[in-house]
Design a protein around this ligand. Sequence first.
Ligand code: C2E
Ligand code: MG
Ligand code: MG
Ligand code: MG
Length: 287
Amino acid sequence: RAKSAGGNRFELADPEADARAITRHGLTTALPTALERGEFFIEYQPLVHLGDGSVRGAEALVRWLHPQHGVLGPDRFIPLAEHTGLIVPLGRWVLEQSVRQAREWRELHGGVEAGPLRINVNLSPCQLTHPGLVQDTVDILERTGVAPDALCLEVTESALIGADDDLLKPLRRLAEMGVDIALDDFGTGYSNLANLRRLPVSILKLDRSFTQSMQQFPADPVDLKIVEGIVSLAHSLDLGVTVEGVETGAQAEQLRILGCDTAQGWYYARPGPPERLHELALVDATG
Ligand code: C2E
Ligand code: MG
Ligand code: MG
Ligand code: MG
């Protein structure tokens, strides 16, 4: 549906694309004030130990309660926040809120025999190159009194592909302090597996596409082999394996048999308010 605009030039007439562009423009303009207005909030999704089913922590997932558009998922605004630079203060806000939340859960759990609840927070590549990352993280942990080993920062595999030492330096510093670094959406990029040794990561988060291929029964034997291979490589490098997007009990069982350590997905719980995580963890601890 291209209309001629004279000569050999064509302009695309795509009303949907226009509408998307307008919305995007509107969101971009509203973004800087959204943080000041308190329009962002965080949902938490439990991370479950595949061996015994216990809740071990949660991933923090940011949402924007937009006054006109309602709740927007991160895929709608994180790219814009990265583009405009708001991602740095927004990311810092998410980190502080999430770490505070983790401390609250720990306090609530003081009386029960629950293992400590850990908190996973996503980092954008822009935050990695921002010079304040390490100091901001140290400050937040000190202010809240949360131990570094209760925090896991998730960085996507694609953000670290071909990363040079400058980019890895802040992650190394954080890892030395005891913060876990997870490689998110692992398996979607084409990282050189040997490269893994160079990265200061302690956890691989297998991408949802692997979990999806465990949906059919019997699962594709090649996919099974690939996951089995990744798990054994990860374990031989002393890395933990978390799987995302677990939607059925059959997937959970298959991934447990394949040796994955931790799982996350709708089968256990959708992302939700912090009280929900607390309830799940508590039920879990008291039987
Ligand atoms: P991610 O880090 O890979 O997070 C997992 C995504 O999978 C989340 O989408 C989650 O809601 C979704 N999910 C969880 N379980 C299931 C399941 O069983 N089935 C399916 N189909 N989906 C499931 P969400 O919340 O829309 O987040 C999308 C992405 O946005 C995240 O992917 C992460 O890369 C990014 N993101 C979220 N919060 C933040 C943040 O605070 N900072 C940054 N930089 N990125 C964030
Ligand atoms: Mg993540
Ligand atoms: Mg992920
Ligand atoms: Mg993902």
